[in-house]
Write a protein that binds this ligand. Structure first.
Ligand code: F6P
Length: 327
């Protein structure tokens, strides 16, 4: 293959996502198959700084493909953002003779990587692991499918009880500043309204639609709100509705971290296996500072500097469609 890497480090960083274990498994097994030793770096960049690093065998990744979370644990390291933190991390890589890295994570992981690799030239490839689906260079990210299905299952259940009591529900979902979880789960559950960060929330429109539904005796109304819509998330939307329609029986449900856990879906396991494998092969072929992603069914590689947040392509056409389908 391209370059001679004998020892490779793998870490998971940022918010965990279902399927990270499947990606770790693919990285470890692909490396060992190619006679490369693998070192698991625990707790992301923080563990790299602290030298929390262990050699991994093929049996270390047995029976994990179906498990949520990450066996390597994860962290969001502030220290890694400093020159001193990066110097300590580099010293630990040298100490363990680690010559290449596979980074599994989201936006913050690749942002950190860009600075680190500008200073210290360690070959590295990446795998997109985040429930938010907020990275360029891939059509989807590991964990998004599972998290969205978790949200769908929960909202379906909420609709049952909403229907039984003729209630209005505001359901807040995760996604940081990306509205994909809200959009997909909202469409799949037939939500009456979906509020996402990519579009300014017009609260008067929301209230008018509730008013209209009231007049035509449509009694169940579910509003899916992304946690960082510009109006202030589920809490704010709930308060305004309660104030304006005191007679309506309105409830708020914040789904929260339940969306991050659980056994990964088949789609996430396959995606994680494919990208974990591709990231190792790419590294051994001499590719570096690139993330493996899937676009139109094909594995592609995009520089770390380009995968970190661009304007997410959530189209107005999708939102218009929601209006029509929920009318
Ligand atoms: O990035 C994944 C994510 O779950 C976001 O959707 C959410 O805003 C954030 O992480 C929550 O982070 P934490 O678990 O650190 O509170």
């Amino acid at each position: 293959m391209g370059i001679n890497i004998k020892k490779l480090g793998v870490l998971t960083s940022g918010g965990d996502s279902p399927g990270m274990n499947a990606a770790i498994r693919a990285v470890v097994r692909t490396a060992l198959y190619n006679n490369v030793e693998v070192f698991g770096i625990h707790r992301g960049y923080q563990g790299m700084i602290e030298g929390d690093i262990d050699k991994m065998q093929t049996t270390d990744v047995s029976n994990i493909i179906q498990r949520g979370g990450t066996i390597l644990k994860t962290a969001r390291s502030q220290e890694f953002m400093t020159d001193e933190g990066m110097a300590k991390a580099y010293a630990q890589l040298k100490k363990h003779d680690i010559e290449g890295l596979v980074l599994i994570g989201g936006d913050g992981t690749f942002r950190g990587a860009v600075h680190f690799f500008e200073k210290y030239n360690i070959p590295a490839t990446g795998v997109p692991g985040t429930i938010d689906k907020d990275l360029s260079g891939t059509d989807t990210t590991i964990g998004f499918d599972t998290a969205t299905n978790t949200a769908v299952e929960a909202i379906d259940k909420i609709r049952d009880t909403a229907e039984a009591h003729d209630r209005l529900f505001v359901v807040e979902v995760m996604g940081r500043d990306a509205g994909f979880i809200a959009l997909h789960s909202g469409i799949a559950c037939g939500a009456e309204d979906i509020l996402i960060p990519e579009q300014k929330t017009n609260i008067d429109d929301v209230l008018n639609r509730i008013d209209k539904d009231e007049h035509r005796k449509k009694q169940v109304h579910i509003i899916v709100v992304s946690e960082h819509d510009d109006f202030g998330g589920g809490n704010m939307v709930f308060q305004v509705i309660k104030d304006r329609f005191p007679v309506l029986d309105t409830r708020l449900c914040i789904l929260g971290h339940i969306q991050r856990g659980g056994s990964p879906s088949c789609a996430d396991r396959v995606l994680a296996s494919r990208l974990g494998h591709a990231a190792v092969i790419a590294l051994l072929q001499g590719k570096t500072q690139v993330m493996a992603g899937v676009i139109n069914g094909e594995v592609v590689f995009t520089p770390f500097s380009k995968v970190v947040k661009s304007e997410p392509p959530i189209g107005a056409d999708m939102l218009e469609m929601i209006r029509v389908l929920s009318s």
